[in-house]
Design a protein around this ligand. Structure first.
Ligand SMILES: Cc1cc2nc3c(=O)[nH]c(=O)nc-3n(C[C@H](O)[C@H](O)[C@H](O)COP(=O)(O)O)c2cc1C
Length: 253
């Protein structure tokens, strides 16, 4: 009898510990559950290939060639390519944790997500980029591009691109020090990070466009963002389509 009680106690303790681990992992990932998405159990992070720190294209050439591109070649992106774009967005470039993009007070309110549809060696899903480790944390699995596209007023680049980078912000990180002005700073920071992605994309012959027209709550829902995170910008990314001009008209957005 005493032996049975001991076994039961041990079992209960194991369940509680396991439950706590799962709960804490969920917390770590920032409330990732959603009724409309398939949550995957933590499978471990995805190590991204080390980013290149040099290229043969000058900053002037990248600036000159940067153009919003809304049509992409039908091809997958590699893990190396998405990793390089994410590094350009928010990668660590200094031993003290400073990043590729400036941040007011070095408070880093941005949280960067990768929406993967067709990325070689990466399951379709939503991933959170961890700048310090240059890794991706899987948030949930499934191809959400169509839903993200709907949430972005049906803008076709979001439907068609093999992947998208989404910048969200935790305003509290900046407002704690700067008050309401911290919100403005977070938006500015998303702009600088987006420009980094745009210029890096030129050097990789990848097309992208900054998408700011979307339904905030719908995007939050599609990405299962916790209330602390506000979506700021979406950047679909896909192999450059050189031949075809885009059909976009300037007055549209
Ligand atoms: C904050 C911001 C939001 C934007 N939102 C959209 C958008 O929702 N859809 C889109 O197609 N382009 C969007 N754009 C891209 C602009 O339309 C584009 O930058 C502009 O037409 C100039 O063209 P260029 O980027 O090729 O120089 C946005 C750009 C910025 C900076």
């Amino acid at each position: 009898m005493r032996k049975t009680t001991k076994i039961l106690t041990a079992l209960t303790a194991s369940v509680v510990i396991l439950g706590s681990i799962v709960y804490l992992a969920g917390q770590e990932r920032g409330k990732i559950m959603s009724s409309k998405t398939t949550t995957i159990s933590p499978k471990g992070t995805v190590k991204l290939p080390s980013p290149h720190k040099e290229s043969s294209i000058s900053i002037e050439e990248a600036l000159r060639k940067r153009r919003s591109q809304r049509v992409y070649r039908q091809a997958s992106l590699s893990l190396e390519e998405v990793g390089q774009l994410l590094w350009a967005a928010q990668g660590i470039t200094h031993g003290s944790g400073f990043r590729t993009a400036p941040s007011a007070g070095a408070l880093y309110p941005l949280e960067t997500y990768l929406v993967a549809g067709e990325v070689t060696n990466l399951s379709s899903g939503v991933y959170l980029y961890l700048p310090h480790k240059h890794e991706l944390i899987p948030v949930f699995s499934g191809d959400i591009r169509k839903r993200l596209c709907n949430a972005s007023l049906n803008q076709q680049p979001v439907c068609a691109a093999p992947a998208a980078i989404v910048f969200s912000a935790v305003f509290a990180r900046s407002t704690g020090k700067y008050g309401r002005r911290g919100i403005r700073y977070a938006h500015m920071e998303a702009g600088t990070a987006a420009q980094n992605v745009s210029l890096q994309a030129v050097s990789l012959k990848i097309g992208t466009v900054v998408i700011g027209a979307f339904e905030d709550e719908q995007v939050r829902d599609v990405l299962s963002l916790p209330v602390s995170k506000v979506p700021l910008l979406i950047m679909p990314v896909g192999k450059e389509l050189v031949a075809e001009p885009t059909t976009f008209t300037l007055s549209e957005f």
